[in-house]
Design a protein around this ligand. Structure first.
Ligand code: PHE
Ligand code: ZN
Length: 876
């Protein structure tokens, strides 16, 4: 990065491919040290392509052994080699191209392309990993049929898998064997996968709605056989749900999931052969928490749903990434809402969006849901593309209604089946299905930044009408100074003095108790009429109807009324969050606000008495706004002071409730059954939240209760709940419990990751020295992304005191680690570098320290991935 400005890929330069790939025959001679890949592609000049158009074959870090066109070495001058790969000129209108390459899986620490994880050979091709396997037009709009022959040592690699159906297999001389796989569905190269290993297969069956028998197979290391039941059950639930809720059926005879220990992301939706980070497959009540169970179910469903939203209908280019990711996240959110978490899912998602996506949208890495330029596409697997992308789909449904939305989706899958399309195409079918004008809505895809909506109301008692004045404004983001109004659905209700929703009429429409007003201009007014009393409170943005920051100028009394009465779980939670946020801000700015804090104690006290609130919702209501979200309330802030203020508010508000908390907590013994039911998980969430609160406020007996809960726990949920509760406590019990946990789970990587994360995130003692000891732990491996993330992630996200040390040592150390990680795994180093990009939002002293560290990093020899992140972070 020292010299070059990385070259930008621009959406405006997109051109349809000049060549069609008719089919692809791949042969792998597998060996971890050196694998030979022979590829035979039949190509045909695309209709409309220029006669002289060259054929681009992408390739990276490949040793080229042989290249032939129609069985002959190409003439000299017909092949150019450049940074992207090969360019073939002078081809006839159709040709057969043979490429033989040699690759080195064992030396592949980037975990893109073909690599080795725990002795298993496996692939990761999205977005541009296929070019590390062979020379090929590695772009998502080139779809073709694959036939794949795998050959390997039979004892080391008894299992040989690729996409589609196994059509042939057999023994070979010298202890080798082979298998041939054919995928009947044309697919882009990013969906290619192969696996060779010594794995156990845990299987099940599923019969689709139309009667297709599907074999479900989960492949894991032998000793993990007994941890696959939840993954399989989740898969079957997801398959049924996609039929019931979206009318989508599975299309092959086998669905395979392979779990590997070393994986850059969560999982990958390769056609018929998903590859998973083992973290999102393996579970037993003793080793996985309820959260893990929920995430496993969600990721399994997500990858399964991709079979339609992503695989059958794919992306034209990588600018369209949200076409598949936003839609698929939306689909998995619906699934988790309807099957597992119900009302609380929306709150969790809103919380995540505010804590992670809003900061991204307000920082130097901000980009639209459909970006129009990138230097490194790996860096665009973001909260914006995924989570904000899902919010756009949800808003579309809110605007056009559920029925039109479903018709639009059916039309989308039908019309574009087997094609590579754009987000514009998606919105087009929604407009067509609904007859609505969505022109202004499309801006959501191209405009970055979180809109601020200001809302004010005025009640006219003479005519019984409420006037609603809305304004919107989106702050500038890098490269986008000018912003335009968006189409924003604001869902709202009015609450009367008795707490019930008031019926009214929006702009003369039929009487209702919930309204969606559509803000499309910079400023607009709406009118709710037919009101017999003045509303006591407005319940805004119900169900988090749009990913915006809303300022409704509500006073303490109005918000407290919502906390007690609002029947929308999100809006109720949001009202309480607003009050808590105010209390924290008051402590940072000037003085604590004792009146506000007392009002909070009263309101929360009432919630604790209210038997009508579900435990899971209550647990969520007891959460304070996250540190990350609070940081967003300031132009610049001292992160250590924000953390301290947050804890001070927690103390002040909850200390008077210590006894009620203790008596209101569910009994650990009663709920420690590891049952994956909403009821049991809700009770466990509540009891763990109360335990953490009690320890945090120094309640009598709280640490002892945590120790007992840990010692008696049968489930990982309760053990982790106890450990998390004491993790920031100065009590010596903390060290004893953590040491015990490490001894017990040393041999179990996924559980040991939890120990690493607790140690790294703990603010007690000397955090930097402890971080160093973690890296010296015999279980630490730079080559394992889960382990690296467990050690470095919580240090930056939770260990404010030590990461943000005033002398800058925390930043420097992290930068050194990231530089080392970058030499091995660029994708993971670039993702982990994110907290170091927030320097502009820190207090001046820390800001300067962090910037210096970034500048120093920028002078190093970095991967394009990390270089791109640092460069954008430093650009002003
Ligand atoms: N496409 C994967 C998903 O969201 C994510 C992924 C991206 C995995 C890149 C690996 C590499 O389901
Ligand atoms: Zn996805």
């Amino acid at each position: 990065m020292k010299d070059a400005t990385p070259s930008m890929v621009l959406l405006s330069e997109y051109r349809a491919p000049d060549w069609v790939v008719e089919d692809l025959d791949l042969r792998f001679d597998l060996d971890p040290a050196s694998t030979r890949v022979e590829s035979l592609i039949r190509v045909r000049r695309a209709e409309g392509a220029e006669a002289g158009a060259a054929l681009r074959l992408h390739g990276r870090d490949l040793e080229l052994l042989r290249l032939e066109v129609d069985g002959k070495a190409p003439e000299s001058g017909a092949v150019t080699t450049d940074a992207e790969g090969l360019l073939l000129t002078g081809l006839p209108d159709s040709a057969a191209i043979t490429v033989e390459t040699c690759i080195r899986p064992e030396a592949n620490t980037a975990l893109e392309g073909l690599y080795v994880s725990g002795g298993t050979l496996c692939t990761q091709c999205e977005p541009e990993g296929f070019r590390r396997i062979t020379y090929f037009p590695d772009r998502p709009d080139v779809l073709t049929r694959y036939r794949v022959r795998l050959e390997a040592d039979a004892s080391r690699y008894p299992v040989l898998l690729a996409n589609g159906n196994r059509v042939e297999a057999g023994e070979l001389p010298a202890g080798r064997h082979y298998a041939v796989w054919e995928d009947p569905f044309p697919k882009p190269s990013y969906l290619f996968a192969l696996v060779a290993g010594d794995l156990s297969c845990v299987s099940d069956r599923f019969t689709t709605r139309s009667g297709r028998e599907v074999a479900l197979e989960v492949y894991v290391e032998h000793h993990n056989r007994d941890r696959c039941a939840h993954a399989l059950a989740s898969l079957k639930r997801a398959m049924r749900y996609d039929e019931d809720a979206f009318g989508r059926e599975y299309d092959l005879d086998v669905y395979m999931i392979v779990a590997v220990e070393d994986f850059n992301m969560g999982a990958m939706e390769n056609k018929g052969l998903n590859l998973f980070n083992a973290k999102y497959v393996l579970a037993s009540p003793e080793t996985a928490t309820d959260n893990d169970y929920v995430h496993i179910e969600g990721v399994i469903a997500h990858e399964y749903f991709h079979n339609w939203s992503g695989n059958r209908v794919t992306c034209r280019d990588w600018f369209q990434l949200s076409l598949k990711e936003g839609l698929t996240v939306f689909r998995d959110q619906e699934f988790t809402t309807d099957c597992t978490l119900f009302g609380v899912k929306r709150i969790d998602d809103a919380q995540g969006l505010r804590a992670f996506q809003f900061p991204e949208d307000a920082g130097p890495l901000a980009h639209p849901v459909r970006p129009d330029r990138y230097a490194e596409i790996n860096n665009f697997y973001t909260m914006t593309v995924y989570e904000k992308g899902a919010e756009l789909i949800r808003m579309l449904r809110t605007l056009i209604g559920r029925e039109a939305f479903r018709r639009g989706l059916d039309l989308y899958f039908e019309r574009f089946d087997g094609q590579a399309v754009t987000t514009e195409d998606f919105v087009d079918v929604m407009a067509e299905a609904s007859g609505r004008d969505l022109a202004r809505f499309r801006r959501w895809y191209t405009q970055a930044g979180t809109p601020r909506v200001t809302a004010r109301t005025h009640f006219d008692s003479r005519v019984g009408a409420l006037q609603i004045d809305l304004e919107q404004e989106t702050p500038p983001t890098p490269g986008q100074q000018e912003k335009h109004p968006l189409h924003i659905p604001v869902r709202l209700s009015l609450l009367g003095r008795d707490g019930r929703v008031l019926p009214a009429r929006l702009e003369g429409a039929a009487e209702a108790t919930e309204f969606v007003v559509e803000l499309t201009e910079e400023a607009q007014s709406f009118r709710l009429s037919g009101l017999r009393e003045a509303p006591a409170a407005v319940s805004w943005l119900r169900g988090f109807s749009a990913p915006v920051r809303l300022d409704a100028g509500q006073g303490t009394a109005e918000l407290a009324h919502l906390v007690v009465h609002d029947d929308d779980a999100f809006a109720r939670w949001d009202a309480l969050q607003a009050l808590l946020r105010r209390a924290v801000i008051a402590r940072i700015g000037s003085e604590p606000d004792p009146v506000l804090e007392a009002a909070l104690t009263t309101a929360i006290g009432a919630l604790l008495e209210d038997s009508g609130i579900e435990p899971v919702v209550l647990a969520t209501l007891l959460d304070l706004p996250s540190h990350r979200e609070l940081m967003e309330s300031f132009e610049r802030a001292d992160p250590v002071a924000v953390d301290a203020a947050r804890h001070a508010v927690e103390q002040a508000v909850f200390q008077p409730l210590a006894e009620r908390l203790a008596s209101g907590a569910p009994d650990p013994g009663r709920w420690d059954d590891g049952a994956f039911t909403a009821e049991a998980m809700g009770q466990r969430r509540l009891l763990n939240r109360i335990l953490a609160l009690r320890v945090a406020i120094g309640a009598a007996g709280a640490v002892e209760d945590a120790v007992r809960q840990y010692r008696e726990a049968r489930s990982q949920t309760l053990a982790m709940g106890a450990l998390a509760a004491v993790n920031d406590s100065a009590d010596p019990a903390r060290g004893e419990l953590l040491a015990d946990f490490e001894r017990r789970h040393r041999a179990d990587p996924l559980v040991l990751d939890k120990w690493f994360a607790l140690e790294s995130g703990s603010q007690v003692g000397d955090g930097l020295a402890r971080l160093e000891r973690l890296l010296d732990h015999p279980g630490f491996r730079w080559s394992n992304p889960n382990r690296v993330r467990a050690v470095l992630g919580p240090f930056m996200a939770q260990n404010h005191r030590h990461f943000h040390r005033e002398d800058g040592a925390g930043y420097q150390r992290l930068a050194d680690y990231l530089e080392h990680l970058d030499s091995l795994n660029p994708q993971t180093s670039a993702r982990l570098a994110q907290p170091l990009t927030r320097w502009q939002r820190l207090d001046p002293a820390r800001s300067a320290q962090m910037r210096q560290v970034l500048e120093r990093l920028a002078g190093k020899d970095l991967s394009p991935d990390l270089a791109d992140v640092i460069q954008r972070a430093l650009a002003r």
